[in-house]
Write a protein of this length. Sequence first.
Length: 157
Amino acid sequence: MAKFQRKGKGGMPAVSTASLPDIVFMLLFFFMVSTVMREQTLKISQKLPGATEVKKLERKSLVSYINIGKPKKTFQKMYGTEPRIQLNDAFAKVADIRDYVAAEREKMDEKERPLMTVSLKVDETTKMGIIVDVKQELRKASALKINYSTRKVEAIE
């Protein structure tokens, strides 16, 4: 009868790492696709006015937004139903705009500061009084490049 012998001692085989880069890239791709970059949470109701001649902004990194509109229902008990100004994630007063513009300028590179644009995102039912006040405060803050955000509407002939 034949005897079978083992050649050398048997051990655990080495773990293959050939598929490791595939797994890493698959996870990276998953998180890139599923992550949403949030700029700010709107606490106001906002329906932008329509316009037929709309031009897109070239560099959105140079744009700071001021939102104006009526507070959403969850905030109406605390802030009322009159149009309010929202800077970033908080309600603000007209007097706070200068500090906001200064803070936004500080975030930018020194070469890009003169190119800063302030975009007013105003609800279409808002009265012009608050908008004029905001524009006056922007003028005092030397923020002279102002943009009005709108939604595109087809021209009626």
